[in-house]
Design a protein around this ligand. Structure first.
Ligand SMILES: NC(=O)c1ccc[n+]([C@@H]2O[C@H](COP(=O)([O-])OP(=O)(O)OC[C@H]3O[C@@H](n4cnc5c(N)ncnc54)[C@H](OP(=O)(O)O)[C@@H]3O)[C@@H](O)[C@H]2O)c1
Length: 279
């Protein structure tokens, strides 16, 4: 069985990827700053011990707030010397809307490096509504996206794609765009979240300038604010509403719909009502 190391393996995608790999009999080493296999992008001494003996590595970067391509280039040298044969990067489809940003530079570093690679470019995750940036606060989601739609993707689909790509060492040199099966407005998403959670979830469009002020007041780094605004503008203008077929291309099945994901995971969200009527 091939051995895989998952950098950022304790995160949303890595946790699901760990389960998928282990279900298929492949050992997966979860590596991050707070995992038993300690790996820190800012501490080069942690790199070589973690990748030794790995056949493939799944890469989640240290965040999109600043350029980490130099660290990625140096890490790939270490991985190559350790015999790693495939590096799968968790990138983002939003890279299209922010050329020259941290995600774009990381993709360039991977493509220029010595290890055969695959890039996964998901759209916004369904799980952003349960575990990340779109979690409702007191039942309210407010973002500067107007009536724009986004084909949110289920992280479990992303993890399944990553597992297949790693196990089969397939799609080398390819950029796989991964989306859900249909684009939804945030208002439509809020309606589905309400049904699945038993909590009334509302969406209110936010003014982009007010959003920036809110982010900066919360101490969010400028570079991340610029990246986030570019992503949200792409939703607002409709530029990101198109569907990508990467899930079908790799798994041979349709991507999971938002309502099916919500019925499965929203009841366990911290803001959901236990025992409420489900879809
Ligand atoms: N959210 C979305 O909608 C979306 C859509 C497309 C692409 N993406 C991309 O997905 C990536 C994030 O993946 P995710 O959501 O699965 O992860 P996540 O839930 O944000 O977790 C981040 C992971 O990285 C680790 N980590 C953070 N800083 C680190 C450092 N300095 N050194 C080593 N490990 C570090 C964390 O563990 P420790 O804290 O233990 O270190 C954790 O395992 C980003 O690159 C983002 O651009 C996200």
């Amino acid at each position: 069985m091939a051995k895989f190391v998952l950098l950022g393996g304790s995160g949303k995608t890595g946790r699901r990827l760990t389960m998928t790999l282990e279900e298929q009999g492949h050992p997966a080493v979860v590596a991050s700053r707070n995992s038993p296999a300690r790996f820190d992008w800012h501490d080069t001494s942690t790199w070589q011990p973690v990748v030794t003996g790995a056949d493939g590595v799944f890469i989640v970067g240290p965040g999109s707030a600043r350029d980490w391509s130099g660290q990625l280039t140096a890490f790939l040298e270490v991985a190559d010397a350790a015999g790693v044969q495939h590096a799968v990067l968790l990138s983002s489809r939003a890279v299209e809307h922010f050329p020259g940003g941290a995600v774009d530079l990381a993709e360039q570093a991977l493509a220029a490096g010595p290890v055969p690679w695959t890039m996964l470019r998901p759209t916004h995750f369904d799980q952003n509504f349960t575990e990340a940036m779109f979690v409702p606060i007191d039942g309210l989601i407010t973002e500067p996206v107007g009536t724009g739609a986004e084909p949110f993707v289920d992280v479990s689909d992303v993890a399944e794609v990553a597992a297949k790509v790693l196990i089969e060492r397939a799609f080398i040199g390819e950029r796989l765009s991964l989306s859900g099966p249909a684009a939804l407005t945030f208002e439509e998403a809020a309606g589905i979240l309400s049904t699945a959670s038993g909590v009334t979830v509302r969406f209110k469009p936010e003014d982009p300038a007010a959003h920036v002020a809110r982010m900066l007041a919360a101490g969010t780094p400028q570079e991340y604010v610029r990246w986030r605004l570019a992503m949200l503008k792409a939703i607002r203008t409709g530029a990101d509403a198109y569907v990508s077929d990467g899930v079908h291309q790799v798994l041979g099945r349709e991507a999971t719909g938002f309502a099916d994901w919500a019925a499965r995971e929203v009841p366990d969200a911290s803001w959901s009502v236990p025992g409420a009527q489900r879809l």
